[in-house]
Write a protein that binds this ligand. Structure first.
Ligand code: GLN
Length: 294
């Protein structure tokens, strides 16, 4: 935004207009929505309050916070890296450049795991990132159970910075999840009744074609599924057999075109009841199966 605003104060309404204009010029996909969210963030104003007094002036601090936010968003820094949070399953997760920003597409994985949850289960989330999957799962499984259920929830990730973020999220949201630094199963002990994972699954050659917000700002190691995008599925499917209890479930998020490949990998490795689930957009999104030890 231009210098004049340093002297000339912004009202909520003019801030919204100017912000939208700037984002439009920078070709940000949803300029108006993003300007709104950044205004809510910088001026702590909810939409209902906005309509009561759109001419309210922003304080100097609010104006500079807002203008800086618009400037950063114009350079395609993701909204969530500016506000520092993303909602997932109705919970607010803190995010930063060390973790993949939780996607709405992943909610179907949590919902599917929730359907399979039983008392006394031991559950592992591999490649936990922000911890959004296992934290929501833990909270939702335990919610309203009388008598209380006893489950054990663990999340693992190769990145110490991601684990720090995940721990912070679990503490803030009051979830009892244990986090382990591990390259896949390297430091994982014992057997689980359910293993869930949203591993990196983009083919290396496709990463450069993703939108700037993802390509430049989501951690590369959270995206890159190597040559054919299936590297982590292959390893997890194979190694999980040692870490699943009898009839334990393995559930994955997949990319829209990976249903066949991941289902085949699971069947070839001896998993049964291999099933696919679609997301709200109608795209194949979850593949799950059960490993029968007998
Ligand atoms: N489990 C995290 C999520 O779904 C991170 C996934 C990843 O980094 N590939 O958001």
């Amino acid at each position: 935004m231009k210098q004049k605003h340093l002297e000339q104060s912004l009202t909520l309404k003019s801030a919204l207009q100017e912000g939208t204009e700037c984002l439009k010029k920078a070709k940000v996909p949803e300029p108006e929505l993003d300007a709104w969210i950044l205004l809510e963030y910088a001026a702590k104003v909810e939409r209902s309050r906005y309509y009561l007094d759109p001419e309210r002036e922003l304080s100097e601090k609010e104006s500079s916070l807002y203008m800086e936010a618009i400037r950063r968003r114009s350079s395609r820094i993701p909204l969530q890296h500016i506000t520092g949070e993303q909602e997932f399953m109705g919970f607010s997760f803190r995010v930063n450049p060390h973790v993949l920003i939780p996607r709405q597409d992943t909610e179907i994985l949590v919902e599917t795991a929730l359907e399979k949850a039983e008392n006394h289960m031991r559950i592992l989330d591999l490649c936990t990132g922000s911890g959004c999957i296992i934290i929501s799962l833990s909270k939702m499984i335990l919610e309203g159970r009388e008598p209380a259920w006893e489950i054990e929830c663990e999340g693992s990730d190769i990145s110490p910075e991601a684990l720090k973020t995940a721990k912070g999220n679990a503490d803030r949201l009051g979830a009892r999840v244990h986090f382990i630094q591990s390259d896949l199963f390297e430091n994982i002990q014992g057997a689980y009744d359910m293993i869930v994972s949203n591993p990196p699954y983009i083919q290396t050659s496709e990463i450069e074609e993703l939108q700037d917000e993802v390509r430049l700002y989501d951690p590369r190691i959270a995206l890159d599924g190597k040559e054919d995008g299936l590297y982590f599925y292959r390893r997890i499917i194979e190694e999980a057999r040692e870490h699943l209890s009898e009839k334990g479930w393995l559930l994955f998020e997949i990319g829209w075109d990976q249903k066949e490949a991941v289902s085949n990998l699971m069947e070839e490795a001896g998993y049964t009841l291999v099933t696919v689930k679609k997301d709200l957009a109608g795209l194949d999104r979850v593949v799950m199966g059960r490993y029968n030890k007998a």
